[in-house]
Design a protein around this ligand. Structure first.
Ligand SMILES: Cc1cc2nc3c(=O)[nH]c(=O)nc-3n(C[C@H](O)[C@H](O)[C@H](O)COP(=O)(O)OP(=O)(O)OC[C@H]3O[C@@H](n4cnc5c(N)ncnc54)[C@H](O)[C@@H]3O)c2cc1C
Length: 445
């Protein structure tokens, strides 16, 4: 592609066989072959890319590690993928300011490790945390098990360095939790899925690392017994740092076909609960918890040490990858309903008769509903099933995505189910920040 000739500070990939790798993320969506992919090594590359994209009318599709589940980083027609994996910069921890600064290319696992090396904690923990990139987690406002207590990525972002349509990098925010000089543009960029500009770095809030953990494997004899537990826990003053679950169908799938460690999982349904506050390993804490669990505590396993704790989490972490490997063309959604309406949601799901299996983040009502047979089903039928699922979540006061975002996968449903006033506001923002529509065109709105 001539428009990229002589691009400074960049590796340009043009060979169609190398570009194939950019067609997909971890969703079911497949993009179209991009004009090229560019790995920028410095701001001059981005500045020039923006100038040429405006002049030539092609789109710029930012990509982190490509682990997204909404087709957000897959290329659309006449676009160039901007692969941030080689973006330069140093990770700097500032214990005095309880924050760190890192470039967008940093893997989330390295962000978490750098904080931990100072006895500090960066809580966001999408289950892809070992492979996803910081820029991607900011652009998607990633969640994860810890969001149950600590909130999503946006709660931990103090400032964002972003390259906007003028081709320059601007920093929005300061390294302090207090910054109230006008509306917070950093937060507008968090979760914007690359449609307003490129995130090239960020300053992240840290907190002292938790030192105690109580991690429980909680098998339920009756699946329905788990559904009011999140509400009961919170109402009684417990604040789990994670509350994950497997419904009977996922559990059966794991037991029958999963790896060795998954074959022995007990219960009709199963939860993993974790607490990390000071005192959570004390007898008094456990007694109070057992009291509240009542009959649910039968069969409970408590991780005795860090090795056992990691073993419990290992099973949870492998679930998504296992299902994807076994059902490569499955459709995976991530709806949310308020905790207090979980039972109603599952009743509604049963009424709809969707061939779905569900697992995920029960503690915050964020459920990964998977249509395993989607690849072998008529696409129009799958579309109808997904829309029915979204409508159910919305009817209960929830929404169609808790953490994966809209991307390409949920765009049509998002446009159909969102308040028109919200869509108008989003379009006005897009027009103001990206008047030439070069940043991730065709995504979200
Ligand atoms: C096994 C597995 C488990 C997962 N578990 C979770 C989970 O628990 N919680 C959760 O939230 N997600 C989860 N995900 C989804 C995914 O890992 C997250 O959304 C992650 O944040 C994506 O990061 P990435 O670097 O791979 O981004 P990509 O997939 O590369 O991109 C995601 C979006 O961000 C945009 N983007 C990427 N980089 C930039 C940038 N520098 N500037 C602007 N926009 C950019 C892209 O255009 C795209 O729209 C999981 C995925 C897998 C495969």
């Amino acid at each position: 592609m001539d428009a990229l000739k002589g691009l400074p500070e960049a590796t340009v990939i043009r060979d169609p066989s190398d570009l194939e790798a950019y067609l997909r993320d971890e969703s079911h969506v497949r993009g179209v072959l991009p004009l090229a992919a560019v790995k920028p090594h410095g701001p001059a590359a981005l500045r020039e890319l923006v100038r040429r994209a405006k002049a030539e009318g092609f789109g710029l599709v930012p990509r982190g590690a490509g682990t997204g589940k909404a087709g957000g980083c897959v290329p659309t027609a006449r676009s160039v993928v901007v692969d941030f994996s080689a973006w330069p910069g140093e990770l700097r921890v500032s214990p005095q300011d309880l924050c760190l600064h890192a470039p967008a290319s940093t893997l989330l696992r390295d962000v978490k490790a750098a904080a931990a090396a100072h006895g500090l904690f960066y809580p966001p923990d999408p289950n892809s945390w070992e492979s996803c990139a910081l820029g991607g987690t900011l652009a998607t406002n990633a969640g994860g098990p810890n969001a149950c207590k600590y909130g999503m990525t946006r709660h931990w972002v103090l400032a964002v360095d972003a390259l906007l349509e003028d081709g320059e990098v601007h920093t929005f925010g300061i390294p302090s939790v207090k910054a109230n000089a006008g509306p917070n543009l950093a937060q507008l960029l968090v979760g914007s899925e690359g449609i307003f500009g490129f995130i090239v770095g960020a300053t992240l809030r840290l907190t002292p690392a938790p030192r105690e953990f109580t991690t429980l494997l909680l098998p339920a004899r009756r699946w329905s017994d788990l559904l009011d537990l999140p509400g009961r826990l919170f109402a009684a003053g417990f604040l789990p740092s994670a509350f994950e679950f497997f419904d009977p169908a996922v559990l059966a799938e794991l037991r029958a076909h999963g790896p060795e460690e998954a074959r022995r999982l007990p219960g009709e349904a199963l939860a993993i609960l974790e607490f990390d506050e000071r005192g959570c390993t004390s007898d008094a804490f456990l007694e109070a918890l057992l009291d509240l669990l009542g009959p649910l505590a039968d069969g409970l396993e408590v991780a005795a040490d860090e090795r056992q704790r990691q073993a419990l989490w290992g099973v949870r972490r492998l679930t998504s990858a296992f299902l994807k490997e076994r059902h490569p063309r499955k459709v995976s959604e991530d709806i949310v309903v308020p905790r207090s309406r979980l039972a109603e949601f599952f009743e509604g799901l049963e009424r709809l008769g969707l061939p779905a299996v569900t697992y995920g983040h029960l503690g915050d009502g964020n459920l990964h509903v998977n249509l395993l047979a989607a690849g072998e089903t008529d696409p129009a039928e799958v579309e109808g099933q997904v829309l029915a699922l979204f409508r159910l979540a919305v009817s209960l006061g929830g929404t169609l995505s808790g953490e994966h975002g809209i991307g390409l996968a949920k765009r049509e449903a998002f446009l159909a189910l969102t308040d028109p006033a919200q869509l108008r506001a989003l379009r006005a923002l897009k027009q103001a920040l990206d008047p030439c529509n070069i940043f991730n065109p065709g995504k979200v709105i």
